[in-house]
Write a protein that binds this ligand. Structure first.
Ligand SMILES: NC(=O)c1ccc[n+]([C@@H]2O[C@H](COP(=O)([O-])OP(=O)(O)OC[C@H]3O[C@@H](n4cnc5c(N)ncnc54)[C@H](OP(=O)(O)O)[C@@H]3O)[C@@H](O)[C@H]2O)c1
Length: 288
């Protein structure tokens, strides 16, 4: 039975994986910074020596997109240096594969079609730059999988969907940008996709193909559309105004268009991708 270590496990994605672990026969263990600080390469090595694993799913990251603009070293430490440490440790553990998570924010968002894995990145923000640096370390690694995702939300942690529900509950009048278009990703769907791939690999139903794979929910919307849909699903009484990005200045620039093309993950790993509104219904049902 495959042993799987989930690092950064107290974040949104890590907690969704924990929520689903009993649906799969693999043995999952979970660590966050307190149990295993990934900036400490010796600690990772000690951990793998005492608890060997077949897979590491690295959910640890610096995810404060605006905060990274004034803390580039902090963002680089978590988004690049941790990956350097993990890659170094992989060399000593040839039986271990690494699953790492990246972001649509490595792209400038100027294409007018869904972004493919081999499109050229050119990040607009420090967060995007540091995530791209992390990716580069693993690009040609024969035992690494990188899942690029976008607009992650979950029943856990802080995210746009939960913030909208909170603010709409308080009947706040909201302004939300309509000129940034992408695809939301329910972290439960990403967790399930990763866990199913690991399970299929163990059962021999799929062969391991390393590299980059896009995963977000199916469909396209703006942040405004997403806010309106949250409002509709919770029958809110608040009001939401569409505004342009320029009316809502933030420290970090975001790509105006960052829809990810999911053909590769569907073809190679047979992953089914739920439509974003359906996933939102499932998440909100668990939240309210
Ligand atoms: N959130 C999004 O919208 C989004 C979009 C696209 C891609 N992604 C990517 O998806 C992945 C998962 O994101 P998420 O939203 O689940 O992240 P998250 O909620 O911010 O969780 C990250 C976790 O990593 C932990 N961590 C920080 N430093 C660590 C260290 N040195 N060692 C071990 N753990 C450490 C954090 O602990 P503390 O909380 O104590 O710092 C936190 O529990 C990330 O790679 C992210 O870049 C996210």
């Amino acid at each position: 039975m495959s042993q799987v270590l989930v690092t950064g496990a107290k974040g949104q994605l890590g907690r969704e994986i924990k929520k689903l672990r009993n649906l799969f026969s693999q043995v999952y263990t979970f660590t966050d910074i307190k149990e295993l600080d990934l900036t400490d390469v010796d600690a990772i090595e000690r951990r793998l020596n005492s608890h060997p694993v077949d897979y590491i799913i690295n959910c640890a990251a610096y995810t404060n997109v605006d905060g990274a603009e004034s803390d580039p070293e902090g963002a680089m430490l978590l988004n690049r240096d941790i990956v350097i440490n993990l890659a170094r440790v992989l060399e000593k553990f040839p039986g271990t594969r690494l699953i790492h998570i990246s972001t649509d924010y490595i792209f400038p968002g100027k294409l007018h079609r869904p972004i493919r894995e081999d499109d050229t990145p050119d990040p607009l923000s420090i967060y995007g730059r540091t995530k791209l640096e992390g990716e580069k370390i693993l690009h040609d690694h024969p035992r690494a999988l990188i899942f690029r995702t976008s607009w992650l939300y979950s029943i856990f942690g802080r995210n746009f969907v939960k913030s909208m529900i909170n603010r709409l509950d308080k009947k706040e009048e909201l302004s939300v940008v309509y000129d940034q278009v992408g695809s939301p990703t329910y972290a439960e769907d990403l967790a399930k996709a990763i866990m199913k791939i690991i399970s299929d690999l163990e059962l021999g139903e799929k062969s391991f193909v390393p590299g980059i794979f896009n995963f977000s929910n199916e469909g396209v919307c703006s942040w405004y559309d997403l806010a309106i849909e949250v409002c509709r699903q919770i029958s809110c009484g608040g009001s939401i105004q569409p505004v342009e990005t320029s009316a809502y200045p933030l420290p970090a620039k975001r790509p105006p268009y960052s829809v990810l093309n999911k053909s590769k993950i569907k073809e190679v790993y047979g992953v089914e991708v739920p439509y974003w509104r359906d996933s939102l219904v499932r998440c909100i049902k668990d939240l309210v």
